[in-house]
Design a protein around this ligand. Structure first.
Ligand code: ATP
Ligand code: MG
Length: 193
């Protein structure tokens, strides 16, 4: 199955994050599922580093969310996928707020939020922290332990499910929106090049 990958070690996991960075467009919401130590944060670290982030990328287990600002121009597949982005902005069910995805397209900053909901006791806490302001249709979000936010979190464009193997990890890429399907198929076909 093309959407299932074998990722042999930490470096390969970070590399997968880098490949993800080439296909993810603004507004994308990604759930990261997998046990403690599965490699979720390693993937996000690879994503951020490949886009020029220098410095630590830690699991925001206690802070719930860690924000990053990266150069919007580094998102080189944005134009190529613009039709898909526009289609996404018409689909109001995909985003909690009705924000035009192209509104900020001249801004030089791309916001990325890394959530870790492990310590959340109630999904309502996400309302109190103003999750809707974070996920404004333009920001990219990676969400570890999304099951803890069930009912309040907006739906994912795709889910990355990581499972421990004897050696390395199995990574499944599961699209949940039309937009997610395009990104997942781009990612898997890029890997074949
Ligand atoms: N594909 C892989 N194969 C083997 N080890 C890996 C792989 N990916 C990551 N690791 C290792 O697994 C460990 C845990 O990684 P990481 O912190 O990314 O997990 P996590 O899923 O974010 O966990 P948590 O739920 O606790 O936040 C790290 O030591 C990392 O080096
Ligand atoms: Mg983590």
């Amino acid at each position: 199955m093309a959407n299932q990958l074998q990722i042999i070690d930490e470096n390969a996991m970070a590399e997968l994050g880098g490949q993800l960075a080439k296909v993810v467009v603004p507004g994308t919401i990604i759930y990261l599922e997998g046990d403690l130590g599965a490699g979720k944060t390693t993937l996000v670290r690879g994503f951020l580093r490949s886009l020029g982030h220098i410095g630590a990328v830690k699991s925001p287990t206690f802070t719930v969310v860690e924000p990053y600002s990266l150069d919007h121009n580094k998102f080189c597949y944005y134009n190529e996928l613009e039709d898909v982005v526009k289609l996404n902005s018409d689909d109001q069910s995909l985003n909690s707020s009705n924000v035009d995805l192209n509104v900020d397209s001249n801004s030089s900053e791309q916001k990325i939020y890394h959530f870790d909901l492990y310590r959340l006791e109630d999904p309502e806490e996400l309302e109190f922290m103003g999750i809707r302001d974070y996920l404004d249709g333009q920001a990219i979000a990676f969400i570890e332990w999304p099951e803890k936010g069930y009912g309040v979190l907006p739906k994912a464009d795709f889910i990355i499910k990581i499972t421990h193997q004897k050696q390395g990890r199995k990574v499944e890429l599961l699209p949940y929106s039309e937009y997610g399907t395009v990104m997942v198929s781009k990612l898997t076909s890029n890997r074949l090049d």
